[in-house]
Design a protein around this ligand. Structure first.
Ligand SMILES: [Zn+2]
Length: 234
C-alpha cells in the first residue's frame, strides 16, 4: 500500500525516483526494489542523535566518520555538512587527523541545511536520512534546527568542541546536549603532562575572538590542571 501511494505521488509529479519516466507499477517496483527496501528498512532504524565532544586532537571527527561508515554500509542516505568560516560557498571535505575524509557541503548557518534538504527533495520522515555536521559549535541556528530535524525523523551525528578559549561553554552546544541520545567525550593527551586532556588551550592568536580557526600553531590539548583561560599566564 505504501508503495502504491509512493507510485501514485510520483505519477502525479511525472517522474521516477531517479528522474526518468515512470513505467507501470510493476516496472516501477522491479526497477527500484533495492532503493525501496533501503527506504523501508530505514524507517525501523533507531533514531539517534550522537554528539562527539572534546578538545582538539581528541579524535572526535574520526569517531564521527567511523559512525558514518556504519550507516554507509547499511545503505542509508547520508548528508554531511560543515560550517563556512569565511562566508564562501565551497563544498569541501571533512578530514580527520588519521587521514579519513568525506565530502561535505559548506553552509553558513543551520537554516541552510533545511533549505538544501528541501531543495534536494529529501523527505525526512519518509527517508530517515543520516545528517552529519562537523564543528557544530560554529553553526548559528543549530540549537533550533537540529532538534527539529531529529524530531522529524533524521539521525543526527555531530562533532564539536564544548568550550571557547575563555573556558566558557558555547551556548549552541549547551542548548543541544539535552536532546542528544548519546554524548561521547573524546579525550586527547595533555601537551604538558600526558594525562587525558579534555580542554583546548589557546596558545596564540586573538583574545577577542570566540572562534578562530587554527591547528597546533594556535591550540594545544590540556588536562584541567594545565588548562588556563586565555589571558592567564600559561
Ligand atoms: Zn596536564
Amino acid at each position: 500500500m505504501r508503495y502504491e501511494n509512493l507510485y501514485r505521488n510520483l505519477l502525479l509529479g511525472g517522474n521516477n525516483i531517479d528522474g526518468e519516466s515512470l513505467g507501470s507499477f510493476d516496472e516501477f517496483i522491479s526497477k527500484n526494489i533495492d532503493k525501496l527496501i533501503v527506504k523501508e528498512v530505514s524507517r525501523f532504524f533507531k533514531k539517534e542523535f550522537l554528539l562527539f565532544v572534546g578538545p582538539m586532537f581528541g579524535g572526535k571527527t574520526t569517531r564521527m566518520l567511523s559512525e558514518l561508515d556504519r550507516h554507509s554500509y547499511r545503505g542509508r542516505d547520508i548528508y554531511v555538512f560543515k560550517p563556512s568560516v569565511d562566508n564562501r560557498y565551497r563544498d569541501s571535505e571533512i578530514v580527520s587527523h588519521n587521514g579519513g575524509s568525506v565530502a561535505a557541503h559548506v553552509v553558513r548557518n543551520a537554516y541552510e541545511i533545511e533549505t538544501l534538504l528541501l531543495k534536494w527533495g529529501v523527505d525526512i520522515a519518509e527517508d530517515s536520512p543520516v545528517i552529519a555536521i562537523d564543528e557544530l559549535f560554529m553553526l548559528s541556528g543549530a540549537s533550533e534546527v537540529i532538534p527539529r530535524l531529529f524530531r522529524s525523523g533524521a539521525t543526527l551525528i555531530a562533532s564539536t568542541i564544548q568550550l571557547n578559549s575563555d573556558g566558557n561553554p558555547f551556548q549552541t552546544i549547551m542548548g543541544l546536549m539535552p536532546y542528544a541520545t548519546k554524548i561521547e567525550v573524546c579525550s586527547a593527551v595533555c601537551s604538558v603532562c600526558s594525562a587525558d586532556a579534555f580542554y583546548t588551550q589557546k596558545m596564540a592568536g586573538r583574545s577577542d575572538f570566540d572562534i578562530e580557526v587554527g591547528g597546533s600553531d594556535l591550540y594545544e590539548p590540556r588536562c584541567f590542571a594545565h588548562f588556563k583561560y586565555f589571558g592567564e599566564s600559561l
